[in-house]
Design a protein around this ligand. Structure first.
Ligand SMILES: Cc1ncc(COP(=O)(O)O)c(C=O)c1O
Length: 246
């Protein structure tokens, strides 16, 4: 059986963790903080669990330089659940701003399999029009692998655009944006899937309405505070934010 030292993980998905971190996690799994119980045996509403969340939030805020304008929400469902959650919540935000759903568009930049799935989910939900700003396969032999120049993109009309969506790093297709979108309308909320490159570089969070990463998401505070009746409780940023930050 190979030892940990002998394995080098080049996987695009889960990364290796330092052995001391895993040793500490293993110990806590048996007896968390010497309380005589496992971390997975205590209530998620206990003071210990709350302390873990507070500490995780504080660390993430420091590491990722999260400004006070943004909240961190820890939610269930992984990345795939966010494909519909962002639509529910950002459409509600658009309506709350006085937008007309009949004219509404949602701009999707498709540079790989994950943004393609998100775009398809927005179309499947059937609210407004999911606008394909760019499909990176066109002009690249039908394959993902490049980011076409922004001058070739087809943004929709800013005032009727509920949000712009893109995936900062396409895990499977290996396509990473070098920085923030250059030609995006600054008034349109930007949603970004940073599942596979979060914390790998500095990011100006103030430019984003929502950044999500399984299993957490970072939400601009003013983008929380609206919800739709169709949005069930655990999918609603507003209700989630209230529960966690009463
Ligand atoms: C960039 C990206 N987005 C979304 C997902 C989907 O996340 P989940 O598997 O948690 O649904 C993944 C999963 O690997 C991913 O790499």
């Amino acid at each position: 059986m190979p030892t940990r030292d002998e394995i080098i993980n080049f996987g695009a998905g889960p990364a290796s963790l330092p052995t001391p971190v895993l040793e500490r996690a293993s110990a806590d799994l048996l007896n968390y903080n010497s309380i005589g119980m496992s971390l997975v045996e205590i209530s998620h509403r206990s003071s210990q669990a709350k302390d873990i969340m507070t500490s995780a939030n504080t660390h993430l805020r420091t590491l990722f330089d999260v400004p006070p304008t943004h909240e961190i929400l820890w939610q269930q469902g992984g990345g795939t659940a966010q494909f519909s959650m962002v639509v529910y919540n950002l459409v509600a935000h658009y309506v709350a701003r006085g937008g007309n759903v009949g004219k509404m568009t949602m701009d999707y930049i498709v540079t790989g399999g994950w943004s393609k799935k998100a775009y398809e989910e927005a179309g499947r939900l059937g609210v407004g029009k999911a606008n394909l700003v760019v499909d990176a396969r066109k002009g690249n032999g039908g394959k993902f692998g490049i980011i076409p120049a922004e001058k070739e993109w087809g943004w929709s009309e800013g005032k009727d655009c509920a949000f712009v969506y893109y995936c900062d790093n396409e895990t499977v297709d290996g396509v990473e944006f070098p920085g923030f979108l250059q030609s995006v309308d600054p008034h349109v909320p930007v949603v970004c899937d940073m599942s596979s490159n979060i914390l790998s570089r500095k990011v100006d969070i103030s430019k984003y309405a929502v950044i999500y990463v399984p299993p957490s998401r970072l939400n601009r505070v003013d983008s929380v505070g609206w919800s739709t009746e169709e949005c069930w409780d655990s999918r609603d940023h507003d209700s989630d934010c209230e529960k966690r930050y009463p």
